[in-house]
Each structure stands twice: as structure tokens, then as C-alpha cells.
Write a protein that binds this ligand. Structure first.
Ligand SMILES: Cc1ncc(COP(=O)(O)O)c(C=O)c1O
Length: 446
């Protein structure tokens, strides 16, 4: 058995089970990652089951310690929607937040109890809403179209479908503009100005069972105050809903807790985040003299991000004298679009040279036909040679889930590691897979 490190996974760059073995190789989950690269090929995503389970237990454990009312932590599966990940989080007693028919089916096929599944999205189709209702999931209404579709689809059902309302709380948080969602100028959720009409609509629509309110302010957030403010706004509107006679019983504070990508990142721990949010909800409920709602939260990045590592094989090198040395690897923006999209930064290590203390400054480039396809800029690493295995940390969230086939690259496999065993949880795409959906009209055939 591996020694268990009890730490908040989101405060660590490497998965909690990372070690260095006698060959000077990085090991994760008891597996030598250089051997994993040889066995499964690269690029390869690795997921450390222990790190994922630890994060799940910290959310559920902290909720039961700090929040005296009922609670449920949901996994925001947009971070990485896979059967295996859904099964692990469900085993850990969590529910799942989904945003599409595909994520919904993944959760359901993994055996997640539909009563713990919540469907989000700012432009859900009637088909997606219908699937969620047929399964018995809760739908989080983001706009009037959602409410109208729900009211339509609810008509012939024996039980009123459960519905929550997403609001934009008007909270600014410090994160990248594209992953900030709680400020008023956002495409998500109802503006507070509209909420009185929304609550009035729900009060006169008994075919819908409105259970409460949801807000999510953004992702990779380190600032606890933003979540305290969100909690207060949610309870303020919860109180207004109760005053109108609505039988609200749930509040969902969203996700957003940040993780460490580089040594300068300093996020609060999962325990601190849950304790702070719980306190803010309890205080606001006392202030408004309302009963404690069931508290939901929906972390994505802080659950799965630190569990993930991407392996690449080093290929060509180009040195631009007095400027920079580019080292190219066999993946890039197709398996990790975050650097080119958000200027996201990462930390890497050379998995087969973990005890090499020499350092040189290099830039790790991807293999795509795009100058911006750079995974790490000006980072210190041991001298690299062709065939070395580069491990990039904290890639569990929003890497595979945002991956593409740009330049017709095949998407990597994902292996789940635990106690020295590596199991494929997603097969590598083949070249045949790439062409599977192509059709060549007869008039173009040779
Ligand atoms: C509605 C909603 N909930 C939860 C999350 C998960 O956020 P994070 O991965 O930052 O925890 C997101 C992602 O942005 C989201 O849009």
C-alpha cells in the first residue's frame, strides 16, 4: 500500500501518490510512468484514483463537518465526463452536474442515481430537457426558454419535474474573463432584475416543482470573499422565494475553487472553501430567519484537475540563438487547449530523469501547425533529448474534455492508476476512428 498523504489535492501540483523510484522515474498510483508511456504510447493522460477519491471525500466530509443541514456535493462533469470518473464520484456519495445529452448519458450509464443528477446549460434543447426529465434528473433553468420548455414537457407527467433556477449574482471574481460567469454581463442565468417575474411564474405553475436557486461565479477562483458574497445573494433570494409561498429547499453555490498549476498558485484548501461557504450560508439564513436549505456545490477542476497528468514523448529541438530553445512534443493544443485559449501555465517534469538536478530554460512546443501551440514557455527542466518522457501536471480538468482533432490528430488514451494497476478508461482514437464519419460523395470518388 502507498503511504497516504492527507492533503488538499488542489494545493498540490502533482497527484498525491507521486513518488520517484529507484530508477529515478516518476511513479503515480504505484505505476512507473515511463513504463506507462511505453505500454500505452504517448500522448497519454493518466488519472490518479487516490487523488480523485481524496478530493471527493474532502468535499463530502467537510460538508458534513461544517454544514449542519442536508448537503450534496455534485461533480461538474464538464471538467472530464467519463464512465469511470462518474462511477468513482458516485461511489464516493456525490451527485453529478451535466450540461448536455452526452454528459447526461455518461452519468446515467455509469450507474449514477438520476435523482442526484442536475442538468445545466444556457441553450438546452427540448430533447436534452426531455431526456433529463425522463430519467428523473433535476433541470436547472437558465432562461425563459428553459422555463417554457419545462412547463410544456411537464404537462403529462405523473410527478411535477424538479427545477432549480440559475441566477447571475452580480459578483466579480478574479479569474480569466472567459471562465468568469457570475458578473451581470454574462450569458448564463437570470439577471436579478428578472427574478421577481421568474419566482411569480413558478408560484403560478404547480406542474413544476421548483426546489431552489443556483449560482456559479467562475472557475479557478482563489478569493473566498467572492463565494461568501454569492452565498449571501442566494440566501437573500431564497428568502424572497419563501415569502412568495414557494416551497424552496435547496441552494447550489456552484463550483470554482482553484488549483495549483504552478508554485505561485495559492488556492484555499477544499476544507477552507467548504467551511467558508457553509458559514456564509448559515449566517445569512440566521439573518433572514429562514431554515437551512439543502446545500449543493458543484466542483469540477478541484476534484479531477490535480489527479491528471499528461505524458508526451520529446521529439525535435530548435534553438533560436540568444532567444529561445523550442523542444517539441508529440501532442499540444489538441490535447490541451488551455495555454492557447487562456494563456494557462503548467508545471512539468522529465519522468525518466527525476533525479537529474541540472536545469536549462526551454519552451515546450506542441506539434500543431500554429505558432501559438506552446504548452510551457521558458521553463526550467533537466536537459532534454529525443525520447525523453515529459510529464505535465494538473491536466485532469478541461484538457481531454476540451480536446480536439485539430490537424487530424487522434485523441490520447486515458489510464486510471491505482495501487500499481493501470486500467484503460478511454481508448486512444485510431486513424480509422478519424475517418469513421467521413463520407465521399460518389461524384468525388476517384
Ligand atoms: C454551472 C457550473 N458549475 C460548476 C462548474 C465547475 O467549475 P470548476 O471546475 O471551476 O469547479 C462550472 C464550470 O465553469 C459551471 O459552469
Amino acid at each position: 500500500m502507498l503511504a497516504i498523504q492527507v492533503a488538499s489535492p488542489n494545493q498540490h501540483i502533482r497527484p498525491l501518490t507521486s513518488r520517484i523510484n529507484e530508477s529515478g522515474h516518476l511513479t503515480i498510483g504505484g505505476c512507473d510512468v515511463v513504463e506507462l508511456a511505453q505500454r500505452f504510447g504517448t500522448p497519454l493522460y493518466i488519472l490518479d484514483e487516490h487523488t480523485l477519491r481524496t478530493a471527493c471525500r474532502q468535499y463530502t466530509g467537510a460538508l458534513s463537518r461544517h454544514y449542519p443541514g442536508p448537503s450534496l456535493a455534485l461533480y461538474a462533469s464538464k471538467a472530464l465526463s467519463l464512465l469511470a470518473v462518474s462511477a468513482v464520484v458516485a461511489q464516493e456519495g456525490m451527485g453529478i452536474d451535466v450540461v448536455s445529452a452526452g454528459e447526461l448519458l455518461t452519468a446515467l450509464q455509469a450507474g449514477v442515481d438520476a435523482r442526484t443528477v442536475y442538468l445545466h446549460g444556457n441553450n438546452k434543447s427540448a430533447f436534452e430537457i426531455g431526456l433529463a426529465l425522463d430519467a428523473g434528473a433535476t433541470v436547472v433553468a437558465d432562461n425563459w426558454l428553459d422555463l417554457e420548455t419545462l412547463a410544456d414537457l411537464a404537462q403529462d407527467r405523473p410527478e411535477p419535474p424538479r427545477v432549480m433556477v440559475r441566477m447571475t449574482p452580480g459578483i466579480e471574481c478574479h479569474t480569466h474573463e472567459y471562465i468568469r460567469t457570475g458578473h451581470l454581463d454574462s450569458k448564463f442565468g437570470f439577471d436579478p432584475n428578472e427574478l421577481p417575474q421568474v419566482l411569480a411564474f413558478l408560484a403560478r405553475t404547480p406542474t413544476l416543482h421548483a426546489t431552489g436557486l443556483h449560482a456559479h461565479i467562475g472557475s479557478q477562483v482563489f478569493d473566498l470573499q467572492a463565494h461568501i458574497d454569492t452565498a449571501r445573494v442566494l440566501v437573500e433570494w431564497f428568502n424572497k422565494a419563501l415569502t412568495l409561498g414557494l416551497n424552496f429547499s435547496e441552494l447550489n453555490i456552484g463550483g470554482g475553487l482553484g488549483i495549483c498549476y504552478t508554485p505561485t498558485d495559492d488556492p484555499p484548501s477544499i476544507e477552507q472553501w467548504v467551511a467558508t461557504v457553509s458559514r456564509a450560508i448559515i449566517d445569512a439564513c440566521q439573518h433572514y430567519n429562514v431554515p437551512l436549505p439543502r446545500l449543493l456545490c458543484e466542483p469540477g477542476r478541484s476534484l479531477i484537475g490535480p489527479a491528471g497528468v499528461t505524458l508526451y514523448t520529446v521529439g525535435s529541438t530548435k534553438t533560436v540563438p540568444d532567444i529561445r530553445t523550442y523542444i517539441s512534443v508529440d501532442g499540444g493544443m489538441s490535447d490541451n487547449p488551455r495555454p492557447i485559449t487562456y494563456k494557462a501555465q503548467y508545471t512539468a517534469a522529465v519522468a525518466n530523469k527525476m533525479n537529474d538536478s541540472r536545469r536549462s530554460v526551454v519552451t515546450i512546443a506542441g506539434k500543431h501547425c500554429e505558432s501559438g501551440d506552446v504548452l510551457l514557455r521558458d521553463v526550467e527542466l533537466p536537459p532534454l533529448a529525443g525520447g525523453d518522457v515529459l510529464a505535465v501536471f494538473s491536466t485532469g480538468a478541461y484538457n481531454f474534455s476540451m480536446a480536439s482533432n485539430y490537424n487530424r490528430l487522434t485523441r490520447p488514451a486515458i489510464v486510471l492508476v491505482s495501487d500499481g494497476e493501470a486500467s484503460i478508461v478511454l481508448k486512444r482514437e485510431s486513424l480509422d476512428d478519424l475517418l469513421r464519419l467521413d463520407r465521399l460523395p460518389e461524384r468525388l470518388q476517384p
